[in-house]
Design a protein around this ligand. Structure first.
Ligand code: TH1
Length: 806
């Protein structure tokens, strides 16, 4: 039922009275936000219950998406939109003298993820619900999300993210659904009276896992799925074991903080325990629900349940399912193995060696003894089966336990029926190089699922000016079906439409310019090109290449003060993992270059560098609508997919990219004329690896421009980076430039010069921009999850249905 504006106002006031015994006039923004949140939650609570009941009553197969990270950001506007209440809420609040957008800013970002991987999981949650697919998330409710970033003297400083400080309106604690998780101690096998071998636990610790559920509201379809996040507590039975404060702390630390490493892995004990904790809790609750509600024989499990392993962090799903089926449900190993393989599927998100999870046998055995026993058995049986089919060394290379370590990717592939990459190029690399051995053994298990983004959030919610122009031009159907953005192609030569889109972009740029002034005191012009690189700071993502080009421009202007060029604002947003020294060095250098260039009067505002601190989902929502240029400049083969590339194109930014990850598919979508491609291809990179002929030193010696740029890091040109500048210099020259920055430098510069020229012709530029928007619909995560649902999970959408209320 649509909610009338007047009713909305009354309900809001009512909530304020109930929750705070307060009238609107006296309420703070915080209080109004919570009242509004309560109102919204009440609007979907019936649909939430009904959705759940429907899945149970109709015996619907459900997928459970296991991920150690979820990164939803703020949920107010997204929930309002999906409930069809966004306009009503905005108007009602305006009547009451409140601006929805400023109220929405009260909500703390839910930042239980590092970057692309966690954000993807949240885009999927939105799309799974919006497509009416029966699916739920399973993860960890960290007390502290990803650290907050500040700059002090140009250095990154990390502060805790106390996101739960004033409560979380969206979650429901479900104590009655708590389960126990056992870790540590010793396990041996003893014979039962029936002659079966059963594990006996000794000195283990019992952790209580308490779930907090959040409704995942589908877009205008009355579907509300569940994101279940687990928090650790001390069980009553164990209270006396945890007398000391230190003992309690240690236990409670388990779900205290998110590990802040993106695409990197440190092999720490608490991390392994975290992984087992949410996997075991999740699978136990799935099985409990299956037995109590679905009430089918355990041998039919795979007809009703699918479990997705999002990267290897939840790989213990495989042995944990085996444990429950064999130890607790008394199935034979063979039967349990057959079911487990059918239930599980796995996504690989990276080929970076340092991100591949391996745990030492010793650590695994001490922390999770029963898991280790089961993994050993899986490994032994794998070898036994494969020995008869494949050469000895191939089998050895693909074993789970190898050289004293447990290989989590191997476990995930062997224990599941599907392994997918996240973009065409990445999936091809998995088959041909990274997981080639497994491709020989299980050719049918490999497939591609190109990533996607929650289109409604990344267009209509974040970019109203553009959305309005789209409505006027192609009607409103694109809001539900982003494929309809294609209709915009009919207007690529329509000057009036191009101008309107340009005006919308200008409005967004001014909003961002105001924000930049407010937060950094740097003044930028909305007439300049807004050139954006937003992503985690990583050597392979090559923020440094961006900086090298900026330094070149700076030196060009210093040499030729009248140099004619488009004004450009280089905008960065990036957090470095706290232990990632080199990434932090790059941050310092960008900040010091910014100081130098922004304050040099010779530059006359032709270049500005803005490094916005604390890049997160909410900041992305401000930057992306205002971007003109999207920097996607990772070394080819290293970025599995990327997803900010999709968000930026959808908002009309022109992509400047290497042929890496999903950039390749973006190029295919918009055509060569509407994207700027540069640099080595993935093939050429691999050729260099083979022939070992790359010499960065030689490029430095032979190329005077490169020499001048690099010298700026060590000759005092960029101030205050005595040590950092040397480190950068050495990483490129002494250690031979691992990510081929200098090799790609010339071609990057050339592409940048073309962009400079193109922007001068505004009609030409706007046409490219329009073509990018028109083709952005292809990267909807709705489409992506439909492919997962059909090819991998084998789940079906719910026919739309009507709840009592709606
Ligand atoms: C990212 C990939 O780097 C990125 O290319 C991709 O678009 C994204 O996942 C979604 O598929 C990854 N993030 C992580 C984080 C951790 C470990 C591995 C990866 S890969 C902690």
């Amino acid at each position: 039922m649509a909610l009338d504006k007047e009713v909305f106002k009354e309900e809001l006031k009512q909530r304020l009275r109930e929750n705070y015994a307060m009238e609107l006039e006296d309420a703070s923004k915080q209080e109004i936000f919570y009242a509004l949140g309560a109102l919204v939650k009440a609007r979907y609570s019936d649909a939430w219950r009904d959705t759940w009941k429907y899945y149970v009553d109709k015996h619907k197969k459900q997928v459970y998406y296991f991920s150690i990270e979820f990164l939803p950001g703020r949920m107010l506007k997204s929930n309002l939109l999906n409930l069809g209440l966004l306009d009503t809420a905005r108007e009602a609040l305006t009547d009451l003298g409140i601006e929805l957008d400023s109220l929405a800013e009260v909500e703390k970002d839910m930042a239980l993820g590092n970057g692309g991987l966690g954000r993807l999981a949240s885009c999927f949650m939105d799309s799974i619900a919006s497509c009416g697919l029966p699916g739920n998330g399973n993860g960890i409710r960290y007390d502290y999300g990803l650290f907050k970033q500040r700059f002090v003297d140009g250095y990154q400083v990390e502060l805790p993210d106390e996101w739960l400080q004033s409560g979380n309106i969206w979650e429901i604690r479900r104590e009655s659904k708590a389960v126990d998780v056992r870790v540590g101690g010793r396990v041996y096998l003893a014979e039962t009276i029936e002659g079966k071998l059963k594990p006996v636990y000794e000195n283990e610790r019992i952790l209580r896992a308490v779930p907090y559920d959040t409704g995942m509201v589908g877009y205008e379809n009355n579907v509300v799925n569940t994101l279940r996040l687990w928090s650790v507590e001390i069980p009553d039975s164990e209270e006396d074991k945890y007398q000391s404060i230190q003992g309690r702390r240690e236990l409670e630390d388990l779900t205290a903080v998110l590990y802040p490493d993106d695409s990197n892995e440190h092999g720490r004990l608490i991390r392994l325990t975290q992984e087992y904790f949410f996997v075991s809790a999740g699978i136990q609750s799935i099985i409990r629900h299956y037995k109590k509600r679905v009430q089918k024989p355990i041998s039919n499990l795979s007809e009703y349940i699918s479990i997705h392993i999002n990267d290897t962090h939840p790989a213990l799903c495989v042995p944990e399912m085996m444990r429950i089926l064999v130890d607790e449900e008394d199935l034979s190993w063979e039967q349990a193995w057959d079911i487990t393989g059918k239930v599980m599927s796995y996504t690989n998100h990276t080929i970076m060696a340092e991100a591949l999870e391996k745990w030492s046998i010793d650590l695994m055995r001490r922390t999770l003894p029963r898991m280790y026993q089961i993994i050993e058995e899986i490994d032994a049986r794998y070898v036994q089966t494969m020995r008869e089919l494949h050469p000895h060394d191939l089998v050895e290379r693909t074993r789970i336990i190898r050289n004293g370590q447990v290989h989590m990717a191997h476990l995930s592939i062997i224990g599941s029926h599907s392994t997918n990459g996240v973009a065409k190029l990445h999936s091809d690399l998995l088959k041909s190089v990274v997981l080639h051995d497994f491709y020989i053994i299980y050719p049918d298990r490999f497939n591609n699922k190109t990533n996607g983004i929650a289109q409604r959030r990344w267009s209509q919610i974040v970019n109203e000016p553009m959305s309005n122009v789209l409505d006027e031009t192609i009607g409103k159907t694109w809001r539900k079906d982003s494929g309809d953005l294609k209709l915009l192609m009919n207007y690529q030569s329509d000057q009036a439409v191009l101008e309107k889109l340009a005006e919308a972009k200008k409005i967004n740029k001014q909003v961002l310019a105001d924000y930049i002034l407010e937060t950094t005191e740097i003044e930028v012009s909305a007439d300049a090109i807004f050139d954006v690189q937003i992503k985690r700071l990583h050597a392979y993502k090559r923020q440094l290449l961006n900086l090298l080009h900026i330094i070149k421009l700076y030196q060009d202007i210093k040499e030729n003060p009248d140099l004619d060029m488009q004004k450009r604002v280089f905008i960065f947003g990036a957090k470095a993992a706290p232990s990632y020294h080199y990434a932090k060095v790059i941050i310092k250098c960008i900040n010091e270059a910014a100081n130098l260039i922004n304050n040099d009067s010779d530059i006359k505002d032709r270049i500005k560098i803005v490094f916005l601190p604390n890049y997160n989902v909410s900041l992305a929502e401000k930057i992306i609508p205002a971007a003109d240029v999207s920097e996607q400049i990772s070394l080819a083969s290293k970025e599995a997919s990327g997803t900010s590339n999709m968000k930026l194109m959808l908002n009309g930014a022109i992509t400047l990219a290497t042929l890496d990850g999903a950039n390749v598919e973006i190029r295919d979508a918009v055509g060569d004329d509407n994207i700027y491609i540069f640099g080595l291809t993935e093939k050429e990179v691999y050729e260099y690896y083979e022939n070992q002929e790359y010499s960065a030193h030689q490029l430095y010696d032979e190329n005077p421009i490169i020499r001048r740029v690099l010298n700026a890091f060590i000759d005092g040109t960029i101030p205050n980076i005595v040590y950092e500048g040397r480190e950068i210099f050495d990483s490129l020259i002494k250690y031979n430039d691992e990510y081929f920055l200098l090799r790609d430098f010339d071609s990057y510069v050339k592409a940048q010069e073309e962009i400079d020229k193109a922007y001068g012709d505004q009609i030409f530029w706007q046409k490219m921009s329009l073509i990018n928007i028109a083709n952005g619909g292809r990267f909807s995560s709705d489409e992506t999850v439909r492919r997962y649902a059909e090819d991998i999970w084998k789940i079906e959408p719910k026919d739309s249905f009507v709840t009592e209320k709606g």
